[in-house]
Design a protein around this ligand. Structure first.
Ligand code: 5GP
Ligand code: ZN
Length: 141
């Protein structure tokens, strides 16, 4: 828990929120500034800044909660689809430093784009160069 974190305050019920799902490890509530109907965030109850801070068990619990929330919104709001994503770091738009997964219900002709519409900063390097740089530190070399 982080005493200065808004989302930790929501977990502790010190701050009002519209909670739609809660279990031992995960909580999910409606975003206060929705970009679409039932725009929701799903968060771990432990205060982590980014996905890099989680253990395998934490990841499993978080994604399990995420799946339940998506199922719940599908059944109640019946969107045509979803965008599901994380703003990781200030440059990517992360304002709250408590890891949260955005769930954005989508409808045909709602005017929105796909994840590809967030950024198109075409790389100067070739795919081969980028691949070489990354793969030697991965598990395929
Ligand atoms: P970020 O930009 O960090 O990925 O997104 C943070 C999200 O949290 C924003 O969409 C914002 O509207 C939402 N948010 C910020 N403060 C509160 C709050 O006090 N209650 C709720 N329900 N959502 C919040
Ligand atoms: Zn927190």
């Amino acid at each position: 828990m982080d005493n200065n974190c808004i989302f930790c305050k929501i977990i502790k019920k010190e701050l009002e929120s519209k909670i739609i799902y809660e279990d031992q490890n995960v909580i999910s509530f409606l975003d206060i500034n929705p970009h679409t109907i039932a725009h929701t965030v799903v968060i771990p109850k432990k205060h982590y800044s980014t996905i890099l801070d989680l253990s395998n068990d934490d990841i499993l619990q978080l994604f399990s909660g995420l799946q339940k929330v998506v199922d719940l919104i599908k059944k109640t709001i019946n969107p045509d689809g979803f965008n599901i994503g994380i703003n990781h770091g200030r440059v990517a738009g992360q304002v709250i430093d408590h890891l949260h997964i955005h769930v954005l219900p989508r409808f045909f002709n709602d005017g929105g784009g796909s994840i590809h519409s967030i950024i198109f900063n075409k790389p100067k390097e070739s795919l081969d160069e980028i691949y070489e740089k990354i793969k030697k530190y991965g598990n395929r070399s």
